[in-house]
Design a protein around this ligand. Sequence first.
Ligand SMILES: CC(C)(COP(=O)(O)OP(=O)(O)OC[C@H]1O[C@@H](n2cnc3c(N)ncnc32)[C@H](O)[C@@H]1OP(=O)(O)O)[C@@H](O)C(=O)NCCC(=O)NCCS
Length: 298
Amino acid sequence: MSEAEPIRFGPSPSPAEAQEPTPAPAWAYLLRCPDGSLYGGWTKDLARRLKAHRSGKGGARYTKSHGRDAVRLAYAEKCADKSAALKREAALKKLLKADKEALAARWAADNKITLRMATPDDAAAVCALYNWYVRHGTQTFQYAPSTVEEYRANIAHVRENAPFILAESADGRLQGFACAHLWHEREAYSWDVETTVYCAPDCVGQGVGGRLYRALLALLKAQGYYNAFALVAGNNRQSNDFHRAMGFKKMATEKRTGYKFGQWLDLDYWVMVLHEGDGEPQPVRKTLTDAEIAEAMG
Ligand SMILES: CC(C)(COP(=O)(O)OP(=O)(O)OC[C@H]1O[C@@H](n2cnc3c(N)ncnc32)[C@H](O)[C@@H]1OP(=O)(O)O)[C@@H](O)C(=O)NCCC(=O)NCCS
């Protein structure tokens, strides 16, 4: 008799799908230094590499002596692997300054991000972006993809209490979303929300998540929420680093609290205090003026 198949919990991904989502395994990039010069490099993790350049720790000697924390991403090109990225880096470095400038200008135009509030009609795009992570990663503990109808209801429900913000590129492609829902339903928790943010897998590390989250947090603060909590899988280094960079403080870790794709996962609790004070809070404002929204989104 053959041995029984072990029970698996959650969809069985192919070995490639089980890995962290890295649709762009490597990047060649240009950084703009404050003196106008363009520095070329390659990396497997754009956000981490940018951080290294800006902190001066593990970055490049050139960026350290040419503005360090003021350097900005000016161009990013997806490459199939490390060797392709190294080749593109070498080619970028050989370009004339005018050609580098032309690349940077085109990239800036294509990647110009606009933020706007979501409506239930955006459900299909949001659902497709989120389901990518459901199917391929452990950033969300959800096993089965959401349906568009569920997302229609979700967007409408979120908007009753909090913002649901979309980031779109110049051609209208959804690049990311951020939203918040009540932390718990009981009345005493009325001043607490849980925040969520997801970028399209091919545009992480390029500033989209930061723009979305800063706008979301500004709106939540204007509404009168006191605490924004975020729950992050322990193995999601990107999101843990992101929340730290956004000013969240880590409160606790739940050990081995989730199981997906054949592994036990920790859950890290992060908090951002939006309002301090021990006195009686004002009720949260469920709607903001157009001017307040425009200011936060700007
Ligand atoms: C987590 C996520 C939303 C962050 O958005 P992003 O667009 O990649 O992040 P940004 O480029 O805007 O970076 C914002 C800040 O976070 C920091 N950061 C982001 N990723 C980082 C990384 N991998 N390492 C170090 N720092 C990082 C940046 O340095 C930046 O700091 P700064 O504002 O001081 O310069 C995005 O990577 C993502 O969607 N990941 C997959 C889905 C996911 O994990 N969602 C969260 C579920 S809890």
